[in-house]
Design a protein around this ligand. Structure first.
Ligand code: ZN
Length: 280
């Protein structure tokens, strides 16, 4: 049975239409630790199927923390949608363009994003949450090694991103709070077609991005195969799979304190992050 795994007060919870179930209370032999829950994702299907009776609480979205609070690695993929590569006036990559987001940038689905510079931009993305210790995974086995998927924003400070020649993306995408994820990890069997999900981003209610993940140049199985041939992926490692066209830098509009960024992916959910000034 499909599951939705979330983090409330740094405790793993399963979310159903009825409400929230604390995993330590309802999962035989489970602790409250969200990272342990991710690594035991195969067992969560049975726990989800066994849930009955009244929930421990109703879901209050404002209490949600990042469903993966302490990923060991956070990898991002650049220029992975054709229309975005074209709007960026960059050649289509021949191999995945992989960069690091430092794990210290990860925040929850309702947390504030600090606007650190005048060219801070949005990037709505499908985020893959690895479930296994994965090395040399064949593309056809990739989804079986994934705990689930969630929404992400690969917030990017463009001036910092292109401050050096050649540019390196890592730091401009790693300011504190630049990696909101959530609202929950949705198991792959919850999705009709995990390779074809509608994804949108709006800023202050105005839609900026609207695409489907079947437009990815390197799809999720290809990314897992490529990366796991180079480094061992660990349970909870995140892959931000790339953003479609419609980022702010193309129109010269950027995030300002007070803006509200809403990210929605079909069958996964919505997260809304408010932009604040440094020190606010
Ligand atoms: Zn990105």
């Amino acid at each position: 049975m499909a599951f939705r795994l979330a983090n409330i007060n740094n405790r793993a919870v399963l979310v159903t239409d009825n409400g929230v179930y604390d995993l330590e209370r309802h999962g035989e032999g489970f602790s409250s630790e969200p990272m342990e829950a991710i690594a035991r994702y195969r067992e969560l299907h049975d726990v989800a199927a066994s849930l009955n009776g009244s929930p421990d609480a109703q879901l209050d979205p404002a209490t949600l923390g990042p469903p993966v609070p302490r990923p060991q690695k956070v990898l991002g993929i650049g220029l992975n949608y054709k229309a975005h590569a074209e709007e960026s006036k960059m050649d289509l990559p021949e191999n995945p363009l992989v960069f690091n987001k430092l794990s210290s940038c990860i925040v929850g689905p309702c947390d504030d994003v600090i606007v650190f510079g005048p060219t801070t931009d949005w990037e709505a993305e499908l985020v893959v949450v690895m479930g296994t210790r994965a090395r040399d995974i064949a593309a056809e086995d990739a989804w079986d090694n994934i705990a689930g998927v969630t929404c992400g924003q690969d917030i990017s400070e463009r001036t910092t991103q292109f401050a050096s020649r050649p540019p390196h993306f890592d730091l401009g995408k790693s300011y504190d709070t630049f990696g909101p994820i959530g609202p929950s990890i949705v198991s792959v069997d919850q999705l009709n077609d995990p390779n074809d999900l509608a994804l949108t981003c709006s800023v202050n209610g105005e839609q900026k991005q609207n695409a489907r993940t079947n437009d990815l140049i390197f799809d999720v199985p290809a990314l897992v195969a490529y990366i796991s041939a180079i480094c061992t992926l660990e349970p909870g490692d995140l892959i931000f799979t790339g953003t479609p066209s419609g980022v702010g830098v193309m129109a010269g509009t950027f995030l300002q304190p007070g803006d509200e960024v809403t990210t929605t992916i079909e069958s996964i959910g919505t997260m809304t992050n408010r932009c604040v000034a440094r020190g606010e």
